[in-house]
Ligand binder design. Structure first.
Ligand SMILES: NC(=O)c1ccc[n+]([C@@H]2O[C@H](COP(=O)([O-])OP(=O)(O)OC[C@H]3O[C@@H](n4cnc5c(N)ncnc54)[C@H](OP(=O)(O)O)[C@@H]3O)[C@@H](O)[C@H]2O)c1
Length: 359
């Protein structure tokens, strides 16, 4: 390990599916966006495009400096998942490793979004070939999701132990941590994913009352739904949620349709956003509201400032780290942001109207 840029963190993510994050020169020679072959030509070009590196600066609420480098794996989410499912996982892993190792002077690199998901075994598959320490960032992402559920229940006057909470993507890195932690305080949890054997294994270690299912429709009646899959697709329709459902959508790319904005009887929260008012991404579109960052990014910054010199909690999130994470986030003033829904701040009137609807 080089550790040349002491206290400098690195963070990576894949490209968004809106194709909008690369410098203007990349788009030269591509057909117009509405041409039929645009996506194919865009994706082909990406395969041979090196990862851009963007400096990130600013100050944490605690006054500690933000000093990092952000880089993009030049594959879109959909392309990454398609390649993995189509037998090209090795090529995807090489691109992720090249992006990580371009940041090897940083003292730790966070694997954002799908780069920290089952694509890399949440870091486990690539840890041996990385030239720096790694975190998936998923521990704080999972904790922030739990805190979001606690906070929205409190705001709406709901008692957690009387609620049924569903987790779609329960067997994943974040899903497992969220499910195990929430199970200690809510009335019942319903865990959903596609592979029944992994669900059965998870059920055995769950502390509270648990139902497992591979059918998304079995989640239709839950009071709060946490969505945390690694799918790049929309998994529920606008008319799917029951009246009064609260959805915490943790996914990037998101699994909930934007049409849900028009359902006044359903509330969708953009999950795991942390308030950091003073952060400068030098023009990079991070796809989160101004003054907020994703929890996985926040975790990477905290670990860097702590001088961590080992891989951190790769694989599925172990909720045993949550108490330390809570202390660490308080130390750096990193709290969950006021809630947003599809990028828009939720008004106090909206909460009040929704609380009335639940009565
Ligand atoms: N907001 C943040 O700070 C933050 C931080 C990190 C990650 N994320 C996002 O959180 C999400 C989860 O990440 P992760 O690392 O936990 O992923 P992961 O480890 O790959 O877990 C994905 C889970 O989703 C299930 N799943 C995948 N496709 C599905 C489908 N079509 N239908 C139902 N279940 C499906 C998987 O199980 P089966 O394969 O058995 O279905 C698994 O349970 C991602 O969207 C990621 O980008 C957000």
């Amino acid at each position: 390990m080089n550790n040349i840029l002491k206290n400098t963190f690195g963070f990576i993510s894949q490209l968004n599916d809106a194709f909008t994050q690369l410098p203007p020169s990349f788009y030269e020679g591509l057909p117009a966006q509405n041409e039929a072959d645009y996506v194919q030509r865009f994706e082909e070009k990406l395969l041979f495009t090196p990862s851009p590196i963007i400096p990130v600066g600013g100050q944490l609420p605690s006054g500690d400096p933000i000093n990092g480098l952000f880089s993009l794996v030049t594959l879109t989410s959909a392309q990454m998942l398609r390649m993995c499912e189509g037998g090209q996982r090795a090529q995807v892993l090489e691109k992720i490793l090249a992006t990580v190792n371009a940041l090897s002077d940083c003292n730790i690199v966070g694997l954002g979004s799908l780069t920290g998901s089952s694509v890399t075994g949440s870091g486990l598959i690539i840890q041996g070939r990385a030239n720096t320490w790694l975190t998936s960032g998923n521990s704080f992402a999972a904790l922030a999701t739990v805190m979001s559920v606690e906070k929205i229940a409190q705001r709406l006057g709901l008692k957690l132990d009387q609620l049924t909470v569903g987790v779609l993507g329960a067997t994943g890195s974040i899903g497992q941590g969220v499910s195990m932690e929430l199970s200690k305080s809510v009335g019942k949890v319903v865990l959903a994913a596609r592979q029944i054997n992994l669900l059965e294994r998870l059920k055995k270690i769950m502390p509270g009352q648990t139902v497992i299912t591979t059918e998304i429709d079995d989640l239709k009646e839950v009071d709060i739904l946490v969505v945390t899959t690694a799918s790049s697709e929309t998994l529920i329709s606008v008319d799917w949620p029951k009246k009064g459902m609260i959805i915490v959508d943790e996914t990037k790319p998101r699994n909930t349709p934007s049409g849900l904005k028009n359902r006044e009887d359903v509330i969708v929260l953009d999950g795991a956003l942390i308030s950091v008012p003073d952060i400068d991404f030098n023009g990079m579109n991070m796809e989160c509201p101004s003054g907020t960052i994703y929890a996985c990014f926040a975790e990477t910054m905290m670990l860097s400032l702590q001088g961590v010199n080992e891989h951190f909690n790769l694989g599925r999130v172990n909720p045993e780290v949550f108490p330390d994470m809570r202390i660490l986030s308080q130390r750096y003033g990193l709290d969950i942001a006021p809630f947003y829904s599809f990028g828009n701040l939720i008004s106090e009137d909206r909460y009040d109207d929704f609380a009335k609807l639940l009565k």
